[in-house]
Each structure stands twice: as structure tokens, then as C-alpha cells.
Ligand binder design. Structure first.
Ligand code: RIB
Length: 305
């Protein structure tokens, strides 16, 4: 079972000529509403590859229309929503601007996501076949507790350290590394995490090496068009290339990698294959607008066809 404990959002997306800086306003012709939230995105990406009956989402939405739609969308994508709880807070909402190059800037209003609790997850979920997927859009201590429960039953913990909190302390990173088997980050997140625990890495590979050693884990860095790098606790490096594409919207590309990677770990494929499938899935996602629309099904992944 792939268990995703994380956020569910509705994404309100405006296509802009340029992403505005502080004090600036830009006009967009219109906006679109998409399904999002790093947790929900990763659950959908995993389910499209792993298939029905493999992915369970745990998190919180509000007692509102956005919450209804977020749950329905997961069910349409064959994600089990039995552990999505209703909260008195509004459903999470992300305000996203996307520029002509497909780059984005995101503000997340967390709402109900901050009421997610590890205690809502029954004991029966945890065991050696559990692959737990975490991010940073629900309360950190609740995510740590879920990871501890997974580790105590010999399950596997994948932690996507995104978004990096504004005040990420050394204690937080140390706590996270202690309960994680696979740390998934982008280049900036890798450097920020390494810096938080006292390293000054020259580049993202050095950061991944320090994080892998410090946590006795495998650190995976997604580097956009440069593909993905994995560094194991012993210092072994593996790389996978990114397919050459012209991106329309990179929102959710990292989530697609994480979901695809989780699906592959669940199947116990070699790490190299999991990296390649993650890169192929993330590239395909970037060809369609919105976080989830472009996420590929299994048959569309060249390495799995
Ligand atoms: O990673 C992309 C996601 O981040 C968006 O879907 C948005 O909801 C934010 O959580």
C-alpha cells in the first residue's frame, strides 16, 4: 500500500506574461481552477502508474464545495479517500501564476491541511509493505509521527522536503532525516537542507552526499532538464536523464516524480529504474497545464511500456 499523508488544495491558476515581483500587479486574461496540493498530486501520480487499489490518501479538507470536489477527484483517479477527514477550516487553496516559459510562483493558503493528524491513521495501515509519502504542507510533527509509526513496523518512508519552511531549523532537518529512507528534493531544497545542518555544499550533488550520509538514507535530487541524481548513504551515485521537452507548465512536475518514484518503490524495482520512470513521468506532466492533467498512466511511460 502507498500511503500519502499530506495536503489537498484547489489551485487557482493565472497565465501571466511575467510573474510579478513585490509591489507589482500584472493582468491575466482569465484563470483556471485545477486540483492540487502536493499530497493529492503525489497520490494521483502514484495511482496512475500503480493502478486501482494501491494508493490511500490521508489528510484534511473543509466542509465546503472545494473539499467535495477534491475528494471526488481523488476517487476518479482510483485513490482511496477513506482517511480524508473534514475540518472546520476551509479547504486549502493555492494561488499560482505561470509565465510564458512555464515557470510558476505559488502561494498556498493552508486552511484545513493544518488540521491533519497522525492519530487519524489506524494501526492496521502500517506494516513492512507500507510505502509512506510525506511532504511539508501538513503539520511537521504530525508527519514525523506518521513516519515513526511506519518505521516501527519496517515500512518505507519517502519524504519530499517541499516547500522548505521559512524557518527550517537544524533540529527539524535532523528529526526528518532520522525517520526517512528516501529524501526527495530539488536543487534549492537540497542546499537549504544541507545548510540547515551546518554544511556549505558547493553544488546539489555535494548537498545530496552530505544529506545521505547525515541521515543514513538515499537522497534524490530532481534537477529539471538535467534529470535526477540519487546518492546512497554509502556515497554511490546514480543518474537518470530528463526527456527533452518544451514545458507548458511545470507546476506539479516534482510531485509527479515523487508519485511515480513511490509507485516504483512499491513494486521493488531497482533504484535506477525508479529514477528513470520518475523523470519520464515528470517530463510528460509538463506538457499540459495544471498540476495533475499531464500526469501519465503506466502505459504512457516508455520504461514501463
Ligand atoms: O507542487 C505543486 C503544488 O503545490 C500545487 O498543486 C499547489 O497546490 C501547491 O501545493
Amino acid at each position: 500500500m502507498i500511503l500519502v499523508f499530506g495536503s489537498l488544495n484547489i489551485d487557482l491558476v493565472a497565465l501571466v506574461p511575467v510573474i510579478p515581483g513585490p509591489g507589482r500587479t500584472v493582468l491575466a486574461p482569465s484563470y483556471q481552477a485545477h486540483f492540487g496540493g502536493k499530497g493529492a498530486n503525489q497520490a494521483v501520480a502514484a495511482a496512475r502508474i500503480a493502478g486501482p487499489g494501491c494508493v490511500l490518501m490521508a489528510g484534511c479538507v473543509g466542509r465546503d464545495g472545494f473539499g467535495d470536489r477534491a475528494i471526488e477527484n481523488l476517487q476518479t483517479n482510483h485513490v482511496d479517500t477513506a482517511l480524508v477527514v473534514r475540518s472546520d477550516e476551509p479547504t486549502g487553496c493555492a494561488f499560482i501564476t505561470v509565465d510564458r516559459a512555464g515557470e510558476n510562483a505559488i502561494t498556498v493558503a493552508s486552511g484545513a491541511n493544518m488540521t491533519a493528524r497522525a492519530s487519524d491513521l489506524p494501526v492496521v495501515l502500517f506494516g513492512p509493505d507500507t510505502v509512506l509519502v510525506l511532504q511539508m504542507e501538513v503539520p511537521f510533527e504530525q508527519a514525523v509521527e506518521t513516519a515513526r509509526r511506519t518505521k516501527s513496523t519496517s515500512g518505507t518512508v519517502i519524504w519530499n522536503l517541499a516547500p522548505v519552511p521559512q524557518k527550517m531549523t537544524a533540529a527539524m532537518v535532523t528529526e526528518l532525516l532520522a525517520v526517512t529512507d528516501y529524501l526527495l528534493v530539488n536543487e534549492h531544497e537540497a542546499r537549504d537542507a544541507a545548510a540547515a545542518i551546518g554544511f556549505s555544499p558547493s553544488d546539489y550533488e555535494a548537498a545530496a552526499t552530505e544529506l545521505a550520509r547525515a541521515g543514513n538514507l538515499t537522497c534524490i535530487v530532481t534537477a529539471g532538464a538535467r534529470g535526477a541524481l540519487a546518492v546512497t548513504a554509502e556515497g554511490r551515485s546514480l543518474r537518470a536523464p530528463a526527456p527533452h521537452i518544451t514545458p507548458v507548465d511545470t507546476t506539479g512536475a516534482g510531485d509527479t516524480f515523487v508519485g511515480a518514484f513511490a509507485a516504483m518503490l512499491h513494486e521493488r524495482v531497482p533504484l535506477q529504474t525508479a529514477l528513470e520512470v520518475g523523470c519520464e513521468a515528470a517530463a510528460q506532466k509538463c506538457l499540459k497545464p495544471g498540476a495533475q492533467a499531464g500526469m501519465p498512466v503506466r502505459a504512457a511511460i516508455p520504461s514501463l511500456a
